[in-house]
Design a protein around this ligand. Structure first.
Ligand SMILES: Cc1cc2nc3c(=O)[nH]c(=O)nc-3n(C[C@H](O)[C@H](O)[C@H](O)COP(=O)(O)OP(=O)(O)OC[C@H]3O[C@@H](n4cnc5c(N)ncnc54)[C@H](O)[C@@H]3O)c2cc1C
Length: 467
């Protein structure tokens, strides 16, 4: 395995882990600071997760919500983007170790900002993942796109009515914002977009079920908005089943236990997991070395100023942290990233840093269907068309890059004013790639940045032979 130790320049070295909301906004905030920024991330893009469900349901392309980080930071001369999965952080030696395809790099730092986010949690039932993909990455969204559109294709071919019903039943687990948006979009896809596309099946007869063990839809929102969303989902044909806990998932369906203890099976080819998150394992690495507590969801307890105990040079932001019940939303990560960058600037200038991170809650929103959303902002809680327009404006505003905003608006016009969806293409690799990689076994790292683990000899993946 090759090991490259990078030389520290004369300027302070700031290493940022993650190119999501926390990492990217921290890097941009350091644009004019007299530091060298190295942003290490395991993907080469910045992912706008809130619109993943639109990639999965054929409205947007993956490029529109995942611009290249390198391109975003192109004009920021003090920032360097490095592809690699961080496998270790040494708080004593002040180094971060990242790896990509067997090539290991050690990045020394003076200041470290960790923004590695969270992944999907199946609450200890990781075996469900095979049949119910989550919604955390571009890979997930494209796999789901293939499964959703593929289910209609297979239903058109099937002759057994039971099999057609199974193929046209879609179950979304988790009635939080992601699950609500996903279920709403599948219902609209079936009832509007695909209505006239098939000859033997009737896509409008598709069953879309939204399940949750909790007793209400959109738990983070005030009750009246949850009820409004529930009603709207029913109106567009989504069956909402609450108090229903998933106990098993397999290729043919899903088993749920209702509040009265009764177990029942739903025959469904397509299952989507939109429940539960598990923070990056880097939280545990940091917890073990700093003594900071790590909760069951893997979130690390940071101090009020987002640093680790005894390590004012290390900030952790975004979905990885547990602090004053802050929610796992983009604004917490964005504001945390900016706060950490400001602290870095202050420390380098020898100024005191702000003692406490204060989160400014700008509110929450969720779309349910075309022209319908709910918004919980400041003192105002409302739903319907106005909330939907607000949702559109805010989401375009926070997308990175003019080109992405422009094409997103065009694709929204195609889907919301018309009936079409411009991004219906799905390949076999998208549908089977994840499972095929898992079949390769434990010695093969599924991660894009991994590669074979048991490397005896150094591998030069830049060589012609391996190209
Ligand atoms: C489907 C979905 C919908 C959502 N909708 C909304 C919404 O409508 N509104 C809202 O406010 N929030 C929403 N969220 C939540 C929001 O996206 C997150 O709170 C936010 O992305 C957290 O930012 P972050 O920087 O902490 O992590 P992320 O944005 O997840 O970024 C983590 C980064 O770290 C990198 N990384 C992870 N591990 C490693 C490693 N070991 N080495 C190197 N790099 C690593 C990743 O590649 C990524 O670049 C949604 C989330 C999802 C999944």
């Amino acid at each position: 395995m090759t090991t490259v130790t990078q030389s520290t320049g004369r300027r302070p070295q700031v290493v940022i882990i993650g190119s999501g909301f926390g990492g990217l906004f921290a890097a941009q905030r350091l644009k004019k600071a007299p530091v060298d920024v190295t942003l290490v991330a395991k993907t080469s893009h910045h992912l706008f997760q809130p619109l993943l469900y639109q990639v999965a349901t054929g409205i947007l392309s993956e490029g529109e919500i995942a611009p290249a980080t390198r391109e975003i930071l192109r004009d920021q001369d003090n920032a360097r983007v490095v592809l690699g999965e961080v496998t270790d952080i040494d708080l004593t030696a002040r180094t971060v170790t990242s790896t990509v395809l067997g090539r290991t790099t050690v990045h020394p730092y003076d200041e470290l900002i960790v923004a590695a986010g969270a992944g999907q949690s199946y609450f200890g039932n990781d075996q469900f993942a095979e049949f119910a993909p989550g919604m955390k990455s571009i890979d997930d969204a494209l796999e789901l796109r293939g499964r959703i559109f593929g289910a209609f294709e297979l239903a058109e071919l099937a002759t057994d009515p039971g099999e057609i019903d199974r193929l046209l039943t879609f179950v979304v687990v988790g009635a939080g914002p992601t699950g609500v948006e996903m279920a709403g979009q599948i219902a609209e896809l079936a009832r509007r977009t695909l209505r006239k596309d098939f000859r033997r099946i009737d896509p409008t007869s598709a069953r879309v079920i939204l399940l949750d063990a909790a007793p209400k839809v959109l738990p983070p929102f005030v009750d009246k908005l949850g009820q409004k969303a529930h009603r709207q989902l029913n109106e567009i044909g989504v069956e909402v089943q609450l108090g229903a806990m998933v106990t098993d998932v397999d290729a043919d369906g899903i088993v749920v236990k209702d509040g009265d203890g009764h177990e029942r099976r739903i025959h469904a080819a397509t299952k989507i997991w939109a429940a539960g998150v598990q923070a990056s394992p880097l939280g545990k690495i940091l917890g073990d070395q700093s003594g900071a507590a790590v909760d069951r969801a893997g979130r690390i307890s940071v101090q009020d100023d987002l640093t680790l105990p005894g390590h004012p040079e290390v900030h952790v932001v975004g979905d990885m942290i547990s602090l004053k019940r802050l929610p796992g939303v983009a604004q917490v990560a964005i504001q945390g990233g900016k706060f950490a960058a400001d602290a870095v600037r202050a420390r380098i200038a020898g100024r005191p840093t702000a003692p406490e991170f204060t989160y400014f809650d700008k509110g929450s929103m969720a779309t349910i269907s075309r022209f319908h959303a709910v918004a919980d902002t400041w003192k105002f809680q409302f739903g319907g068309f106005l909330a939907w327009v607000l949702w559109l404006v805010v989401h375009v505003m926070y997308q990175v890059g003019f080109k992405n905003r422009f094409t997103t608006v065009i694709h929204w016009a195609v889907s919301f004013l018309g009936r079409g969806r411009s991004q219906r293409t799905a390949t076999q690799q998208q549908v089977y790639g994840r499972l095929a990689l898992e079949e390769l076994g434990a010695d093969f790292e599924v991660s894009k940045t991994g590669g074979q683990r048991h490397l005896g000899e150094p591998v030069d993946v830049t060589g012609r032979d391996s190209a």
